[in-house]
Design a protein around this ligand. Structure first.
Ligand SMILES: Nc1ncnc2c1ncn2[C@@H]1O[C@H](COP(=O)(O)OP(=O)(O)OP(=O)(O)O)[C@@H](O)[C@H]1O
Length: 258
């Protein structure tokens, strides 16, 4: 792969020291291309969040290299937008003000902030709720607000840690479609963690399967289904075949270890 956007080179992560040392990730090597959507699946505790947090610059790695655009990650930065399962909106700010928050930090003027915030709220279908407070929104709407906020600062990488995990199945599917729709327009690089194998296959060009104890690369499964993908894709035999491969890679190994 020429000049990957994100690269893990022989990365290990050990939490604690001495007798308490715990290897969460061992020798992970993985490249994600510019403009690619990659999903990461694996049993609980295999190090999915740890891997993503290292790219986000939220936790340091212990050895190896974590690179974004060929440069070592040394901390968080506006080039990487992070979206977690819990929406983490500021309750005292309106939807629009939440989206404007990061833009204010970037030093954008009032009018430009408002324009940009409304654009991204429109993209996620929340323009009519711009002046509402988070507590009046449903879970799906809050998550759409969090997505708009991450998009608004225009990061070239989106890091999503089970972003739709707390939502009902229908809202989940709607947001998956919305994510692909937006991605088809701007082709941002996306690293997306999920426990849901169908979700992993539906949105990704490659599914990265991690194994646990210690966390390590198990398999990378190509999703050879053309974009744009619609609901019909989920019912196709090709989708089922790939889904079953991912499922086996994740759960057969886990069953063997039990
Ligand atoms: N700050 C920490 N200190 C010690 N151990 C940690 C810390 N953070 C994570 N771990 C351990 O590292 C391992 C990987 O955790 P991580 O949260 O990355 O897994 P995960 O695959 O995202 O799990 P899940 O699917 O349950 O969210 C786990 O065994 C966890 O207990």
């Amino acid at each position: 792969m020429a000049d990957p956007k994100i690269a893990f080179r022989n990365v290990s992560k050990v939490f604690g020291t001495g007798a308490d040392a715990f290897t969460a990730i061992r020798d992970l090597t993985l490249e994600i291309a510019d403009g690619e959507i990659v999903t990461v699946v694996g049993p609980s505790g295999c190090g999915k969040s740890t891997a993503m947090n290292m790219v986000a610059g939220l936790i340091p790695h212990s050895s190896g290299e974590v690179l974004v655009d060929g440069r070592p990650v040394s901390g968080p930065g506006p080039d990487r937008g992070v979206i977690f399962q819990q929406y983490a909106l500021f309750p005292w700010l309106t939807v629009r003000e939440n989206v404007e928050f990061g833009l204010k930090l970037q030093g954008l003027g009032r009018q430009e902030r408002r324009k940009r915030a409304m654009h991204y709220l429109g993209l996620v279908g929340l323009q009519d709720f711009a002046e509402s407070y988070p507590k009046t929104l449903s879970g799906g709407m809050k998550q759409r607000c969090a997505i708009a906020r991450a998009y608004a600062v225009n990061p070239s990488v989106l890091l999503m840690d089970e972003p739709f995990g707390a939502l009902d199945a229908l809202t989940r599917v709607t947001l998956q479609n919305q994510l692909l729709d937006t991605w088809s327009k701007d082709r941002r690089t996306v690293m997306f963690i999920t426990h849901d194998v169908d979700e992993a296959v539906f949105i990704a060009s490659r599914v990265v399967v991690l194994a646990a104890r210690p966390g390590r690369l198990q398999e990378i499964i190509e999703v050879d289904l053309p974009y744009p993908r619609d609901e019909e894709v989920r019912l196709s035999p090709e989708f089922m075949e790939i889904r079953n491969r991912v499922w086996r890679a994740v759960y057969r190994r886990d069953a063997q270890a039990a």
